[in-house]
Design a protein around this ligand. Structure first.
Ligand SMILES: [Zn+2]
Length: 276
């Protein structure tokens, strides 16, 4: 079995504050350490369960957080940015997908570091009427490529979000509970390692039984982004296919899931470059 792990950071054990996930900050060493902790717990469980290949895609920030030196020799680490499929680069070669250390979409209550692709510009993202965040859009892309998402780990909020989108067969592993955006009730890393291990075993089983959920939506795909500021929408509206709906909202319609992804990535990247 070939497992693909998309590894973010905000949803890792112990992390509650933006400084812990921001490169250059004095607290960033802690974010890297805890992202690696959660990823390694999952990787080790996969190896112990006999997975033949594990691809880990570093999916946070500059995407150079994880250290290949500390990984088992059999792991393929996809490191760096930019890459065409961003958070799910490398998924094509896998039998099943895990989202590790993920966070809830922008606007979620009691969710550690909730945001959608950008801290500064996305207020809301919808796809065919669904409000989605990074979990939703990445799962959509995986689904379009025929890949099941078997497990999501992070705080309680992202686990609820993922389950509401992907259904009851999805394995979730909540390892902390947000009290607010920058506060949470935590568990000791030894305990979360055990929880992650047990969840990984369950997730490998549902991939094996072919009962892991594949998130598919029918075309045409109507996607919208509402930005925090009008100037962000001004900047992003140059992206082909964009229709301005209001001061802060762009809409677009596509028949190819890859175009949906490209459009969202493009408008967010451009909107992130302007000051408000
Ligand atoms: Zn992140």
């Amino acid at each position: 079995m070939r497992i693909f792990i998309s590894a973010d950071m905000e949803g890792a054990t112990g992390i509650v504050n933006p400084e812990q996930v921001r490169h250059g900050s004095g607290e960033y060493y802690f974010g890297r350490k805890m992202q690696a902790h959660d990823v390694m717990a999952v990787v080790q469980a996969c190896l112990d369960m006999g997975a033949e290949e594990i691809i880990v895609n570093d999916a946070h920030g500059r995407m150079i957080n994880l250290d290949i030196e500390s990984m088992p020799r059999s792991v393929h680490l996809i490191s760096g940015f930019p890459k065409i499929l961003e958070m799910v680069e490398g998924v094509e070669e896998s039998d099943g997908v895990f989202f590790v250390a993920y966070h809830a979409m922008a606007g979620t209550e009691k969710a550690v570091l909730d945001h959608t692709f950008s801290d500064s510009c996305v207020h809301d993202l919808t796809l065919n009427g669904w409000r989605i965040g990074e979990t939703g859009l990445n799962a959509f892309l995986c689904g379009a490529l025929g890949k099941p998402v078997a497990m999501v780990t992070g705080d309680v909020a992202v686990c609820l979000e993922a389950r509401s989108l992907l259904g009851e067969t999805l394995v979730t592993c909540p390892i902390k509970e947000g009290r607010g955006r920058s506060s949470a009730e935590l568990l000791h890393p030894d305990i979360t390692a055990e929880l992650l291990r047990a969840a990984t075993e369950e997730a490998l089983n549902i991939i094996d039984k072919k009962s892991a959920p594949i998130f598919r939506l029918s075309p045409p795909y109507e996607v919208s982004v509402t930005f925090n500021y009008t100037v962000q929408c001004d900047a992003a509206s140059v992206v082909p296919g964009s229709e301005r709906c209001s001061g802060r909202m762009l809409r677009s319609a596509w028949s190819d899931p890859m175009d949906v992804y490209r459009w969202v990535v493009s408008v967010v990247e451009i909107a992130s470059t302007v000051r408000w």
